[in-house]
Design a protein around this ligand. Structure first.
Ligand SMILES: NC(=O)c1ccc[n+]([C@@H]2O[C@H](COP(=O)([O-])OP(=O)(O)OC[C@H]3O[C@@H](n4cnc5c(N)ncnc54)[C@H](O)[C@@H]3O)[C@@H](O)[C@H]2O)c1
Length: 276
């Protein structure tokens, strides 16, 4: 067993990352960290120009290492074509399934569960679960050919004990946790122990997808739900996007070389707290 050089473990100069959700609030922070550690990052986004504009303030060197290919994650044929295009340009060793989101129409509260439209629920499952499964089908064969690679899925803490109202999203993310464990086991047993699959389960980060649940329309006052969440978070604050990046770097790096099939909560203690 060779000792891990920690300096080298976090040098991503040789890494080429394919990532969905890289233009989102949490994704942008992850991309910036990857670029700062030398990685090349290829984003999958519906709006490439808008996605790349988020990184326009970075150095010319960093900007040269972030690219974007157009794809809507809910369109299987677009995803297939996009991944083929990315792989034709060079190998990928890291896949981050970072996209996700909720829709008010797939959430109870103003509507009864019995009346939720299936189309909205399908959209939520497609983006949060099915895109990660399809991207894994498209990319992991290349990890198998290379005999190494890392997948990181972005899940949620609303899974084993789902939040009230958040029905479809919680079911989709619980599926993503199960898929993370399944794929980790499958690839290690069938193909290579050098292919690892893990997930991060963020707690509550105030972003566009959940703002309507946590803040009143004035943008200043917490909703009752927002107050309840903070009351159940021992660290008594919402997460900041940069709170995720240390766990991301660890899971993607050789420092986590014996870690696979895990869902790591980054939640200020929310999932540990009994409420008493
Ligand atoms: N914000 C939180 O508190 C929180 C908590 C738990 C989990 N998460 C998860 O973290 C991840 C990032 O969330 P965020 O808070 O940054 O949200 P966000 O809305 O800012 O970002 C979501 C990203 O997904 C992309 N996306 C959504 N639908 C897409 C589609 N059909 N095709 C292509 N791209 C699509 C968006 O373009 C964006 O880049 C998501 O998976 C989310 O479910 C967030």
């Amino acid at each position: 067993m060779t000792q891990i050089d920690m300096q080298q473990a976090f040098d991503f100069g040789q890494r080429r990352v394919l990532m969905s959700g890289g233009s989102g609030v949490l994704g942008r922070s992850m991309v910036r960290t990857l670029l700062a550690h030398g990685a090349t990052v290829v984003l999958l986004s519906r709006h490439p120009a808008t996605a790349l504009a988020h990184f326009a303030d970075l150095s010319a060197d960093a900007q040269a290492r972030v690219q974007c290919v157009a794809a809507d994650l809910s369109d299987a044929s677009q995803l297939t074509a996009a991944v083929a295009q990315v792989l034709a340009q060079g190998p990928i060793d890291t896949l981050i399934n970072g996209a996700g989101g909720n829709r008010p129409q797939a959430t109870t509260g103003s509507q009864r569960f019995f009346d939720l439209p299936l189309t909205a629920m399908h959209e939520v499952v497609d983006v949060n679960l099915f895109s990660a499964i399809q991207l894994s089908q498209l990319v992991v064969p290349h990890f198998v050919a290379q005999q190494h690679g890392v997948v990181l899925n972005i899940s949620s803490i609303s899974t084993a004990r789902p939040l009230t109202r958040v029905v479809t999203y919680s079911a989709a993310k619980a599926g993503l946790d199960a898929f993370t464990r399944w794929l980790a086991t499958h690839v290690a047993l069938e193909y290579s122990p050098q292919i690892r699959v893990n997930a991060i389960a963020p707690g509550f980060f105030l972003t566009e997808q959940n703002r309507f649940l946590l803040m009143e329309a004035d943008g200043q006052t917490l909703t009752t739900r927002g107050q309840q969440i903070l009351a159940h978070t021992p660290m008594q604050r919402f997460g900041h996007p940069d709170d995720l990046v240390g766990t991301m770097m660890w899971l993607l790096s050789p420092a986590a070389g014996f870690v696979t099939g895990q869902v790591i909560a980054v939640d200020g203690g929310f999932s540990a707290y009994s409420g008493v």
